[in-house]
Design a protein around this ligand. Structure first.
Ligand SMILES: Nc1nc2c(c(=O)[nH]1)N[C@H]1C(S)=C(S)[C@@H](COP(=O)(O)O)O[C@H]1N2
Ligand SMILES: [Mo]
Length: 566
């Protein structure tokens, strides 16, 4: 590969040289494919700054993957990546695109058409994914198509120096050659000298015309284009962000305040490692299918009521904020995907419109069994009408812990029905409620095998000691939380090894809709111990030890951990 074009090396050297040349060429072609993909994604990102963040191909494909993958995989992702499930998904999509791009690069070296078709295929995939999202913008296909076109151009441009078609016309010396020779520039006519020089600089390849320098120049341009368009697109997308509008809102004053907390209500102030009574917004678990969070302008927000109401109606955020019957309540949300002992639960103080009153006011039909709640990103959550009407403290929430709902938690309006898992009760970015029946329509999760109704199962969790982490033997607190929303927790018992069940101390009963902290001080002998917890509701139901997976209607079983005293 060090042979020059003008002076072929002896045959003995040429054979391995060519073979090496072929390998280098393939590696560079693969790199070219990768860079072309980067250009495609960067340009698509830039275009999506016009058409909306979720029309960017990786986001659109990710969204589609979320709606298509089996629940088992989704559960796996939530279990293993938790809140980072979407980051993992986007990263996974990028890795797949990358591998595909490497292959396309190599194939395109031989067959340009394969490269063009391969990238075009990706464009079509992205465009299909973007337009098939339920809340797709009109031009959602545009970023993928423009991106793919840019990718094709980039690929062809990058492959030229690998196959003897220099990026810079060969009859003229390349700029670098002239620069390197400086004032004693070689006259353009002296091609032999130029080529000798290019060879000396490693700028030229074997006799098939591998122009490595040309490739790296083209590659540099590609990296630049990808970075500028991608970064620019990312920055421009901030114009969709509604953080400023959210921050400018003044929260309404509720007519009915949350019950006052007794002094010392939060046991976490005294017990290390215990979950605080209230979860800060930034620590609140998040579960949804949105890779890019819906950004809804408060000024143009509408909640549309359709289906079995007296008549269709539309409500602005001012309509909701301005009501004189707003309630403030403390409620613990729980995800149906939560495993025994899991962290997908959180407690906040919410302000909202009383849901039952609102529905009755609008004349919801008595025959309606399901409220299909529609989110700004098009996803649907089916809530049982009966619970929406009858559960005290069910609301259309507009505030969380003293601020407007955080954007990730449903700004500007979400539904909350205490006692039901989030997937049937807590629609975020709520823009529509259709009163209908369960027979008439399966909402998103029901389509995927989750139960139509999702009452929260009584649960208890050990927060401290942490499993398998060593602590000094002697007296220390075992503590955690237990929940049975709308019913309340009446008792928590703890079993250590094969001992009898011991009653834990409970935090003050704040409200039946929120979890209850519990503490049991215990003298640990050195060694390893099994600690198990079980709760009983205020109305006497003992938490079952029978294990169930989250799907279809919530996990059950007792949280039991091994701890080590030394
Ligand atoms: N629009 C929308 N709302 C949604 C979801 C969703 O995916 N999209 N997920 C639901 C689920 S499964 C749960 S557990 C709660 C979680 O609410 P949080 O993210 O505020 O904790 O929101 C519910 N509301
Ligand atoms: Mo959930």
């Amino acid at each position: 590969m060090t042979t020059t074009e003008q002076a072929p090396a002896p045959a003995a050297d040429a054979a391995p040289g060519r073979r090496g040349g072929r390998l280098v060429r393939r590696l560079l072609a693969a790199l070219g494919g990768l860079l072309a993909a980067a250009v495609a994604l960067g340009v698509a990102q830039l275009v999506s700054a016009l058409t909306g963040p979720s029309s960017a191909p990786v986001v659109a494909v990710g969204d589609t993957v979320i709606t298509l993958v089996p629940e088992g995989v989704k559960q796996f992702a939530i279990r293993n990546f938790g809140e980072n499930d979407k980051i993992a998904l986007v990263a996974g999509t990028l890795v797949l695109v990358g591998v595909f791009a490497l292959v396309i690069g190599v194939l395109a070296l031989r067959w340009r058409a394969v490269g063009v078709v391969g990238i075009a295929l990706f464009g079509v995939l992205g465009a299909l994914a973007a337009t098939s999202r339920p809340a797709a913008e009109q031009l959602a296909w545009l970023p993928s198509v423009v991106g793919a076109a840019a990718g094709v151009v980039a690929l062809l441009f990058l492959l030229r120096p690998l196959t003897g078609t220099p990026v810079l016309p060969r009859s003229r010396p390349p700029a670098d050659a002239t620069a390197a020779v400086g004032r004693h520039a070689v006259p353009p006519a002296d091609e032999g000298a130029v080529d000798r020089l290019r060879a000396a600089l490693g700028a030229t390849g074997d006799r098939k015309g591998l122009d490595r320098r040309g490739f790296f120049v083209a590659g540099g341009v590609a990296v630049g284009v990808a970075a500028v368009t991608g970064g620019g697109g990312y920055l421009l997308q901030r114009r969709f962000d509604v953080s400023d509008e959210r921050a400018a809102l003044t929260l309404p004053t509720p007519a009915s305040r949350a019950p006052a907390l007794p002094a010392g209500a939060d046991l976490a102030e005294r017990v290390d490692g215990l979950t605080p009574l209230f979860t800060r917004n930034r620590d609140f678990y998040r579960v949804d299918t949105a890779i890019t969070v819906p950004q809804i302008q408060p000024g143009s927000y509408r909640l549309e009521l359709t289906g079995s109401f007296d008549s269709p109606s539309s409500h602005s955020l001012d309509d909701l904020y301005g009501r004189s019957d707003l309630i403030e309540r403390d409620i613990t949300l729980t995800c149906v995907s939560n495993e025994v002992g899991g962290k997908l639960a959180g407690t906040a103080r919410w302000i909202g419109v009383p849901l039952g009153t609102f529905l009755r006011e609008n004349g919801v039909a008595s025959g309606s069994t399901q409220l299909v709640c529609r989110s700004g990103d098009g996803m649907t959550i089916g809530a049982p009408t009966r619970s929406a009407l009858q559960v005290e403290d069910a609301m259309l929430a507009v505030a969380m812990n003293g601020e407007p709902l955080p954007i990730e938690h449903g700004f500007p309006v979400r539904m909350i029905i205490p006692g039901l898992y989030g997937y049937v009760s807590a629609c975020k970015w709520l823009v529509g409620i259709e009163a209908t029946t369960f027979d008439a329509y399966d909402a998103f999760w029901a389509q995927r095998g989750w139960a139509q109704e999702g009452p929260i199962k009584v649960a208890s969790r050990i927060d401290t000691p942490a499993p398998l982490r060593e602590f000094p033997a002697g007296r220390r607190a075992i503590a955690g939380v237990a929940w049975a929303q709308t019913r309340g927790i009446g008792r928590v018992e703890v079993q250590i090894d094969e001992g009898e069940w011991l009653d834990a101390d409970l935090g003050p009963e704040v409200d039946a809709d929120i979890w209850r902290q519990w503490v049991l001080p215990h003298d640990f002998a050195a060694g390893s111990h099994q600690v198990t917890v079980r709760a009983t509701t205020a109305d006497g139901e003992v938490q079952t030890a029978e294990r169930a997976r989250p799907i279809p209607d919530g996990a059950s079983g007792l949280h039991s951990i091994r701890v080590i005293a030394t």
